[in-house]
Design a protein around this ligand. Structure first.
Ligand SMILES: C[S@@+](CC[C@H](N)C(=O)[O-])C[C@H]1O[C@@H](n2cnc3c(N)ncnc32)[C@H](O)[C@@H]1O
Length: 283
Protein backbone atom coordinates (compact mmCIF):
# COMPACT_ATOMS: atom_id res chain seq x y z
CA UNK A 1 0.00 0.00 0.00
CA UNK A 2 1.42 3.43 -0.95
CA UNK A 3 1.43 5.81 1.97
CA UNK A 4 1.71 9.27 0.34
CA UNK A 5 -1.65 11.04 0.64
CA UNK A 6 -3.90 8.01 0.18
CA UNK A 7 -7.39 8.51 1.59
CA UNK A 8 -9.70 6.07 3.38
CA UNK A 9 -11.82 5.38 0.33
CA UNK A 10 -8.78 4.47 -1.79
CA UNK A 11 -7.35 2.42 1.07
CA UNK A 12 -10.53 0.42 1.43
CA UNK A 13 -10.58 -0.30 -2.31
CA UNK A 14 -6.98 -1.52 -2.18
CA UNK A 15 -7.63 -3.65 0.89
CA UNK A 16 -10.77 -5.11 -0.61
CA UNK A 17 -9.01 -5.99 -3.87
CA UNK A 18 -6.29 -7.86 -1.92
CA UNK A 19 -8.93 -9.71 0.10
CA UNK A 20 -10.87 -10.66 -3.03
CA UNK A 21 -7.64 -11.95 -4.56
CA UNK A 22 -7.08 -14.05 -1.40
CA UNK A 23 -10.69 -15.39 -1.74
CA UNK A 24 -11.84 -13.87 1.54
CA UNK A 25 -15.53 -14.65 2.14
CA UNK A 26 -16.51 -11.11 3.18
CA UNK A 27 -13.95 -8.71 1.67
CA UNK A 28 -15.99 -5.51 2.15
CA UNK A 29 -16.79 -6.36 5.78
CA UNK A 30 -13.26 -7.51 6.63
CA UNK A 31 -11.62 -4.43 5.09
CA UNK A 32 -13.92 -2.12 7.05
CA UNK A 33 -13.24 -3.98 10.32
CA UNK A 34 -9.48 -3.68 9.77
CA UNK A 35 -9.79 0.04 8.96
CA UNK A 36 -11.97 0.67 12.02
CA UNK A 37 -9.49 -1.19 14.20
CA UNK A 38 -6.34 0.56 12.99
CA UNK A 39 -7.78 4.06 12.65
CA UNK A 40 -9.89 3.72 15.80
CA UNK A 41 -12.85 5.35 14.05
CA UNK A 42 -16.49 4.22 13.86
CA UNK A 43 -17.74 2.58 10.66
CA UNK A 44 -20.24 5.40 10.07
CA UNK A 45 -17.42 7.97 10.11
CA UNK A 46 -15.29 5.95 7.69
CA UNK A 47 -18.20 5.53 5.28
CA UNK A 48 -19.12 9.23 5.42
CA UNK A 49 -15.54 10.57 5.18
CA UNK A 50 -13.86 8.82 2.28
CA UNK A 51 -11.49 11.80 2.00
CA UNK A 52 -9.97 11.21 5.51
CA UNK A 53 -6.21 10.68 5.29
CA UNK A 54 -4.61 8.13 7.63
CA UNK A 55 -1.06 8.77 8.80
CA UNK A 56 1.86 6.85 7.24
CA UNK A 57 2.24 4.93 10.57
CA UNK A 58 -1.41 3.86 10.43
CA UNK A 59 -0.95 2.63 6.87
CA UNK A 60 2.06 0.53 7.94
CA UNK A 61 0.02 -0.94 10.84
CA UNK A 62 -2.83 -1.70 8.47
CA UNK A 63 -0.47 -3.50 6.11
CA UNK A 64 0.88 -5.57 9.05
CA UNK A 65 -2.64 -6.50 10.17
CA UNK A 66 -3.59 -7.48 6.62
CA UNK A 67 -0.46 -9.63 6.30
CA UNK A 68 -1.23 -11.39 9.60
CA UNK A 69 -4.81 -12.00 8.47
CA UNK A 70 -3.78 -13.34 5.06
CA UNK A 71 -1.34 -15.69 6.81
CA UNK A 72 -4.28 -17.22 8.69
CA UNK A 73 -4.19 -15.37 12.04
CA UNK A 74 -7.86 -15.11 13.10
CA UNK A 75 -9.49 -11.72 12.60
CA UNK A 76 -10.93 -11.57 16.18
CA UNK A 77 -7.40 -11.96 17.62
CA UNK A 78 -6.14 -9.15 15.35
CA UNK A 79 -9.02 -6.88 16.38
CA UNK A 80 -8.77 -7.98 20.04
CA UNK A 81 -12.54 -8.26 20.43
CA UNK A 82 -15.55 -10.09 18.97
CA UNK A 83 -19.32 -9.90 19.26
CA UNK A 84 -21.41 -12.44 21.12
CA UNK A 85 -25.10 -12.22 22.04
CA UNK A 86 -25.21 -8.48 21.29
CA UNK A 87 -22.15 -7.55 23.36
CA UNK A 88 -18.54 -6.91 22.45
CA UNK A 89 -16.04 -9.20 24.25
CA UNK A 90 -12.29 -8.97 24.55
CA UNK A 91 -10.54 -11.98 23.01
CA UNK A 92 -6.87 -12.94 22.77
CA UNK A 93 -4.93 -16.04 21.68
CA UNK A 94 -5.38 -17.60 25.19
CA UNK A 95 -9.13 -18.08 24.69
CA UNK A 96 -11.49 -19.64 22.20
CA UNK A 97 -13.10 -17.15 19.82
CA UNK A 98 -16.81 -17.14 20.72
CA UNK A 99 -18.92 -18.85 18.06
CA UNK A 100 -22.43 -17.80 16.99
CA UNK A 101 -23.70 -21.41 17.58
CA UNK A 102 -23.06 -20.92 21.31
CA UNK A 103 -25.73 -18.19 21.41
CA UNK A 104 -28.30 -21.02 21.16
CA UNK A 105 -27.06 -22.39 24.49
CA UNK A 106 -27.51 -18.96 26.08
CA UNK A 107 -31.06 -18.73 24.69
CA UNK A 108 -32.00 -22.18 26.05
CA UNK A 109 -30.40 -21.37 29.41
CA UNK A 110 -32.34 -18.10 29.70
CA UNK A 111 -35.63 -19.76 28.76
CA UNK A 112 -35.11 -22.29 31.57
CA UNK A 113 -33.80 -20.14 34.43
CA UNK A 114 -36.27 -17.30 33.86
CA UNK A 115 -38.88 -19.55 35.53
CA UNK A 116 -36.75 -19.91 38.69
CA UNK A 117 -36.37 -17.41 41.54
CA UNK A 118 -32.69 -16.72 42.41
CA UNK A 119 -31.37 -19.53 40.21
CA UNK A 120 -27.96 -21.03 40.97
CA UNK A 121 -26.00 -21.37 37.74
CA UNK A 122 -22.52 -22.56 36.81
CA UNK A 123 -20.83 -22.00 33.43
CA UNK A 124 -18.14 -24.65 33.12
CA UNK A 125 -15.13 -23.91 30.87
CA UNK A 126 -16.05 -20.25 30.62
CA UNK A 127 -13.18 -19.17 28.30
CA UNK A 128 -13.64 -15.46 27.57
CA UNK A 129 -16.70 -15.58 29.85
CA UNK A 130 -19.25 -15.07 27.09
CA UNK A 131 -21.88 -17.52 28.40
CA UNK A 132 -21.64 -16.53 32.07
CA UNK A 133 -21.55 -12.80 31.36
CA UNK A 134 -24.43 -12.93 28.86
CA UNK A 135 -26.52 -14.80 31.44
CA UNK A 136 -25.52 -12.54 34.35
CA UNK A 137 -26.36 -9.43 32.33
CA UNK A 138 -29.88 -10.73 31.65
CA UNK A 139 -30.51 -12.27 35.10
CA UNK A 140 -29.79 -9.78 37.88
CA UNK A 141 -31.16 -12.08 40.60
CA UNK A 142 -29.15 -15.18 39.60
CA UNK A 143 -26.20 -16.55 41.60
CA UNK A 144 -23.64 -17.30 38.93
CA UNK A 145 -20.24 -18.98 39.09
CA UNK A 146 -17.87 -19.60 36.19
CA UNK A 147 -14.94 -21.99 36.07
CA UNK A 148 -12.01 -22.74 33.78
CA UNK A 149 -8.80 -24.70 33.99
CA UNK A 150 -6.91 -21.95 32.14
CA UNK A 151 -5.57 -18.97 34.11
CA UNK A 152 -5.16 -16.97 30.90
CA UNK A 153 -8.80 -17.51 29.98
CA UNK A 154 -10.03 -16.47 33.43
CA UNK A 155 -8.00 -13.24 33.29
CA UNK A 156 -9.76 -12.30 30.05
CA UNK A 157 -13.16 -13.39 31.40
CA UNK A 158 -12.63 -11.12 34.41
CA UNK A 159 -11.85 -8.15 32.17
CA UNK A 160 -15.00 -8.85 30.17
CA UNK A 161 -17.08 -9.07 33.34
CA UNK A 162 -15.75 -5.69 34.53
CA UNK A 163 -16.69 -4.23 31.16
CA UNK A 164 -20.25 -5.57 31.04
CA UNK A 165 -21.46 -6.19 34.60
CA UNK A 166 -22.03 -4.03 37.67
CA UNK A 167 -21.66 -7.00 40.03
CA UNK A 168 -18.60 -9.27 39.85
CA UNK A 169 -18.96 -13.01 39.12
CA UNK A 170 -16.71 -15.52 40.92
CA UNK A 171 -14.36 -16.90 38.24
CA UNK A 172 -12.76 -20.02 39.68
CA UNK A 173 -9.65 -21.81 38.48
CA UNK A 174 -10.56 -25.47 38.82
CA UNK A 175 -11.14 -28.76 37.05
CA UNK A 176 -14.81 -28.57 35.95
CA UNK A 177 -17.02 -28.28 39.10
CA UNK A 178 -15.06 -30.53 41.44
CA UNK A 179 -14.73 -28.21 44.50
CA UNK A 180 -18.42 -27.28 44.72
CA UNK A 181 -20.93 -28.75 47.14
CA UNK A 182 -23.78 -26.59 45.75
CA UNK A 183 -26.81 -28.05 44.01
CA UNK A 184 -27.07 -25.96 40.84
CA UNK A 185 -30.37 -25.28 39.08
CA UNK A 186 -28.47 -25.02 35.82
CA UNK A 187 -25.12 -26.42 34.78
CA UNK A 188 -24.14 -25.18 31.33
CA UNK A 189 -20.96 -25.81 29.43
CA UNK A 190 -19.29 -25.48 26.08
CA UNK A 191 -16.37 -27.81 26.80
CA UNK A 192 -13.70 -29.06 24.39
CA UNK A 193 -15.37 -31.69 22.19
CA UNK A 194 -13.21 -32.36 19.14
CA UNK A 195 -11.63 -35.84 19.09
CA UNK A 196 -7.81 -35.48 19.40
CA UNK A 197 -7.01 -37.23 16.11
CA UNK A 198 -9.57 -35.11 14.18
CA UNK A 199 -8.21 -31.95 15.79
CA UNK A 200 -4.70 -32.71 14.52
CA UNK A 201 -6.02 -32.45 10.95
CA UNK A 202 -7.83 -29.12 11.44
CA UNK A 203 -6.22 -25.68 10.90
CA UNK A 204 -8.06 -24.44 14.02
CA UNK A 205 -5.67 -26.55 16.13
CA UNK A 206 -2.82 -24.21 15.15
CA UNK A 207 -4.82 -21.03 15.67
CA UNK A 208 -6.80 -21.43 18.90
CA UNK A 209 -5.78 -23.01 22.24
CA UNK A 210 -5.73 -26.80 22.18
CA UNK A 211 -6.97 -26.78 25.77
CA UNK A 212 -10.21 -25.22 24.49
CA UNK A 213 -10.74 -27.73 21.69
CA UNK A 214 -9.32 -31.17 22.52
CA UNK A 215 -12.01 -33.51 23.81
CA UNK A 216 -9.69 -36.52 24.13
CA UNK A 217 -9.67 -39.75 22.16
CA UNK A 218 -13.40 -39.85 21.30
CA UNK A 219 -14.19 -36.16 21.90
CA UNK A 220 -16.30 -36.98 24.97
CA UNK A 221 -13.69 -37.38 27.66
CA UNK A 222 -14.25 -34.03 29.39
CA UNK A 223 -18.02 -34.11 28.90
CA UNK A 224 -18.13 -37.57 30.58
CA UNK A 225 -16.12 -36.20 33.53
CA UNK A 226 -18.52 -33.28 33.89
CA UNK A 227 -21.56 -35.58 33.76
CA UNK A 228 -20.04 -37.69 36.55
CA UNK A 229 -19.33 -34.61 38.70
CA UNK A 230 -22.78 -33.18 37.96
CA UNK A 231 -24.58 -36.25 39.40
CA UNK A 232 -24.13 -34.94 42.96
CA UNK A 233 -24.22 -31.23 42.11
CA UNK A 234 -27.49 -30.75 40.24
CA UNK A 235 -30.71 -29.80 42.01
CA UNK A 236 -34.07 -31.60 41.79
CA UNK A 237 -35.74 -30.42 38.54
CA UNK A 238 -32.41 -28.88 37.50
CA UNK A 239 -31.09 -28.77 33.95
CA UNK A 240 -27.77 -29.47 32.25
CA UNK A 241 -27.10 -27.89 28.87
CA UNK A 242 -24.04 -29.00 26.93
CA UNK A 243 -22.84 -27.70 23.59
CA UNK A 244 -21.67 -30.68 21.56
CA UNK A 245 -19.80 -31.67 18.42
CA UNK A 246 -22.51 -32.01 15.75
CA UNK A 247 -21.24 -35.42 14.63
CA UNK A 248 -21.35 -36.79 18.18
CA UNK A 249 -25.02 -36.13 19.01
CA UNK A 250 -26.12 -39.73 19.52
CA UNK A 251 -22.93 -40.66 21.40
CA UNK A 252 -23.27 -37.68 23.75
CA UNK A 253 -26.96 -38.44 24.28
CA UNK A 254 -26.04 -42.02 25.26
CA UNK A 255 -23.54 -40.69 27.83
CA UNK A 256 -26.16 -38.29 29.20
CA UNK A 257 -28.74 -41.09 29.59
CA UNK A 258 -26.20 -43.33 31.26
CA UNK A 259 -25.28 -40.64 33.80
CA UNK A 260 -28.89 -39.53 34.35
CA UNK A 261 -31.21 -42.51 33.68
CA UNK A 262 -34.31 -40.81 35.12
CA UNK A 263 -33.85 -37.50 33.28
CA UNK A 264 -35.42 -36.42 29.97
CA UNK A 265 -32.44 -36.16 27.63
CA UNK A 266 -32.86 -34.63 24.19
CA UNK A 267 -30.77 -33.26 21.33
CA UNK A 268 -31.37 -29.71 20.13
CA UNK A 269 -30.42 -28.66 16.60
CA UNK A 270 -28.91 -25.33 15.55
CA UNK A 271 -30.11 -23.10 12.68
CA UNK A 272 -28.15 -25.23 10.21
CA UNK A 273 -30.10 -28.31 11.43
CA UNK A 274 -27.01 -29.82 13.12
CA UNK A 275 -27.11 -31.45 16.56
CA UNK A 276 -25.69 -28.73 18.78
CA UNK A 277 -26.93 -29.11 22.36
CA UNK A 278 -27.70 -31.96 24.73
CA UNK A 279 -30.47 -30.92 27.12
CA UNK A 280 -30.73 -33.00 30.31
CA UNK A 281 -33.84 -32.17 32.31
CA UNK A 282 -33.87 -33.74 35.78
CA UNK A 283 -37.26 -34.93 37.10
C1 LIG B 1 -14.66 -24.69 23.79
S1 LIG B 1 -13.94 -23.57 24.96
C2 LIG B 1 -15.39 -22.64 25.38
C3 LIG B 1 -15.13 -21.26 25.89
C4 LIG B 1 -16.42 -20.43 26.12
N1 LIG B 1 -17.29 -21.07 27.08
C5 LIG B 1 -17.16 -20.23 24.82
O1 LIG B 1 -18.24 -20.83 24.64
O2 LIG B 1 -16.67 -19.47 23.97
C6 LIG B 1 -13.71 -24.67 26.32
C7 LIG B 1 -13.12 -24.06 27.58
O3 LIG B 1 -13.06 -25.11 28.58
C8 LIG B 1 -11.87 -24.98 29.31
N2 LIG B 1 -11.54 -26.28 29.90
C9 LIG B 1 -10.96 -27.36 29.33
N3 LIG B 1 -10.84 -28.38 30.21
C10 LIG B 1 -11.40 -27.93 31.37
C11 LIG B 1 -11.58 -28.51 32.66
N4 LIG B 1 -11.19 -29.76 32.92
N5 LIG B 1 -12.16 -27.77 33.63
C12 LIG B 1 -12.55 -26.48 33.37
N6 LIG B 1 -12.41 -25.88 32.18
C13 LIG B 1 -11.83 -26.60 31.18
C14 LIG B 1 -10.85 -24.47 28.30
O4 LIG B 1 -9.76 -23.83 28.92
C15 LIG B 1 -11.72 -23.51 27.45
O5 LIG B 1 -11.67 -22.19 27.96
Amino acid sequence: MRSNSINVQQLQKTLQAKLVEARDELPAHTSLLLLQHVLNLPKTYLLAHGEYQPSPEEIVTLQNCLDQYLQGFPLPYILGHWEFFGRDFKVAPGVLIPRPETELLVEKALAFVRQIKHPKIVDVGTGSGVIAISLAAELPDAALIATDISKAALAIAQENARQHLNQPIPFILTDLILPFRTHFDLICANLPYIPSSTLDTLPVSRREPRLALDGGQDGLQIIRQLLAQAQTRISISGKILLEIESGLGQETLRCARQAFPTAACILIQDLAGKDRIVDIQLP
